[in-house]
Design a protein around this ligand. Structure first.
Ligand code: ASP
Length: 588
């Protein structure tokens, strides 16, 4: 222990009188002529150092010259502070420094190393090592480490084995583009980085490992958003000899354990909702249940009254915002109308009905509907005096999406999405197949290894489009506060059924064999029934902390263009390297 006997968050009144050694970074310095105070920081906290001109002038001079972020080591005596700082765990004491050793000076950092830094995103990412010194970021990284530890603790306790799967694999089609890696030893051939360990974990079940998990990097070459990164981490799990019920129970228990142990939140039982109901009631397959504002379909009340916009619509649907009639002026309502008309939302307009406190009704469609008719809408939606109804209309899928956005926006504006409030939900029974207009073919909504619900298996062998669209998968998502935290399914474990599914997805038998022959082959050697789930680890961190960006929980994240600003990647490679890989790059 030549650098330190204690860390900077450790010393208390009970340590007064001790000779100690501390090392860390200079946070700030304050010079009061005779007395110089330095705040010394490390990962654990901040301790005040004091230098007295009267005691040791040379040492005080040295202290005065220390700049921000200098790395220093000090020896001294712990003494009680006269001017205590109750906001700091070490605030009762200070160190009367006898010896100061500058281990490394530092240039002035390009932004302040404080909770609210003055550095913009790009600058902070370029100097990520400085950004990572800031307490909130450090707290997030520590949270992530502990969350991983608790996950391992819980799953190991349930007989799960952590087994690594390879990163250099063959493409696994899960809806995203692969990152590919050229093989030097196999000219013209490429590995793909895994979008997930899906096929490997299924093979592990065939191999008899029974319960697998891995906290693992996955790679998807997708367009990026605040909650997406090209490489991200999953808690990836698979179990053999299980039904959907076993999986939901196991991972509900994991989620409860993590919330309890990490943030002291007790989650009660998780409600369940079918995919169809989620869309009908909230317009989304990941509804935020922290507030109500459920959808009410009012086609029967609103159509046939001469309002052409509604009459031509497939769906007329509304929500009721409670008690806002008084606080929402015409100006607010116009602004909200403009909000839904923005291209990101894409509604043509917004119909509202305001049930004023004095019993009068004001509506954008007052010309077409009598007060009694509007009251009937209100009744259908559970509206009372003081409430405002909002309605949208059009093609079903689009309209639901738009109203779902409006519902969330109102939730935000009305403060209904409280950060400390956690509302989990299992969404069940997703469609098996999803039609893609562009390529004119079906894709698996989850992935091609997901089992149809057993009742739907006999209905799989048909060419009838509507029947195929109506097939349900034994797939489930865990949603918390409107964010998809995890998703999984019961898998197909029968070769015949898997081949059938590939056929529905447009694979010829030869293509299926070439891509997934290993899995189909494995299914012929005693594959047990199995299923699993994967949790988005980065997202889980951010949701548990009530934050929307996953970047703050990743030590070295990439920006919106998929760039690492610190190491400046991606970057060109040497011509020789390309030759070795048998590649020639021609940019268009
Ligand atoms: N591999 C799936 C995914 O990454 C999860 C699963 O089905 O277990 O979404």
């Amino acid at each position: 222990m030549s650098y330190r006997t204690h860390h900077c968050g450790e010393l208390r009144l009970s340590d007064v009188g001790k000779e100690v050694k501390l090392s860390g970074w200079v946070q700030t310095g304050r010079d009061f002529g005779g007395l110089t105070f330095i705040d010394l920081r490390d990962r654990y906290g901040i301790t005040q150092l004091v230098f007295d001109m009267d005691d040791n002038a040379a040492l005080s001079e040295q202290a005065r010259k220390l700049g921000r972020e200098f790395v220093v080591s000090v020896e001294g005596l712990v003494r009680e502070r006269t001017n205590k700082n109750p906001n700091r765990p070490t605030g009762d004491i200070e160190i009367e420094v006898r010896n100061l050793n500058v281990l490394n000076p530092a240039k002035t950092p390009p932004f302040t190393i404080e909770d609210n830094s003055d550095g913009g995103e790009d600058l902070r990412m370029k100097y990520r090592y400085l950004d990572l010194r800031r307490t909130p970021v450090q707290r997030n990284i520590i949270f992530r480490s502990l969350l991983g530890l608790e996950t391992r603790k819980f799953l190991s306790g349930q007989n799960f084995l952590e087994i690594e799967t390879p990163f250099l694999i063959k493409s696994t089609p899960e809806g995203a583009r692969d990152f590919v890696v050229p093989s030097r030893m196999n000219p013209g051939q490429f590995y793909a980085l895994p979008q997930s360990p899906q096929t490997f974990k299924q093979i592990l079940m065939v191999a008899g490992f029974d319960r697998y998990f891995q906290i693992v990097k996955c790679f998807r070459d997708e367009d990026l958003r605040a909650d997406r990164q090209p490489e991200f981490t999953q808690i990836d799990c698979e179990m053999a000899f299980v039904t959907r019920e076993d999986i939901l129970n196991t991972f509900e228990a994991l989620t409860k354990y993590l919330f309890e142990s990490m943030i002291g939140v007790t989650l009660t039982d998780f409600p369940r909702m079918s995919y169809d109901d989620a869309l009908r009631r909230f317009g989304s397959d990941k509804p935020d249940l922290r507030f109500g504002m459920e959808f009410t379909e009012i086609n029967s009340l609103a159509q046939g009254k001469g309002f052409p916009v509604f009459d031509d619509a497939e769906l007329v649907v509304g929500i009721c915002a409670k008690g806002i009639a008084d606080q929402y002026s015409n100006k607010d309502l116009n602004e909200l109308t403009e909000w839904v008309k923005r291209p990101q939302i894409g509604a043509k307009g917004l119909v509202y009905v305001k049930f004023n406190g004095d019993g009068s009704i004001k509506s954008t469609v007052g010309k077409f509907f009598s007060d009694d008719e509007l009251r009937a809408w209100g009744q259908a939606m559970g509206a009372e005096t003081g409430d405002i109804l909002f309605a949208l209309s059009g093609e079903t899928e689009k309209t639901r999406k738009q109203l779902s956005e409006l519902r969330l926006e109102l939730g935000r504006r009305l403060g209904l999405m409280q950060p400390g409030d956690f509302k989990p939900l299992w969404v069940l029974d997703f469609p098996l197949l999803e039609w893609d207009e562009d390529s004119n073919r079906f894709f698996a909504m989850h992935h091609p290894f997901t089992s149809p619900k057993s009742d739907d298996i006999p209905r799989m062998m048909t060419d009838d489009f509507e029947t195929l669209k109506s097939l349900r998968a034994d797939a489930y998502d865990l949603v918390i506060n409107g964010t998809e935290i995890g998703g999984g399914s019961i898998r197909i474990h029968d070769r015949e059924l898997q081949s059938k599914n590939f056929k529905l997805l447009g694979f010829t038998p030869e293509q299926a064999e070439a891509q997934f022959g290993f899995l189909l082959g494995a299914f012929e050697f005693g594959a047990p029934p199995h299923g699993g789930i994967a949790f988005g680890f980065d997202r889980l961190c951010s949701v548990m902390n009530g934050q929307s960006s996953i970047r703050d929980f990743i030590a070295f994240p990439k920006n919106n263009m998929g760039r690492d600003m610190m190491i400046d990647a991606p970057s060109p490679v040497e011509e020789g390297q390309l030759q070795e890989l048998h590649l020639r790059v021609e940019l268009d």
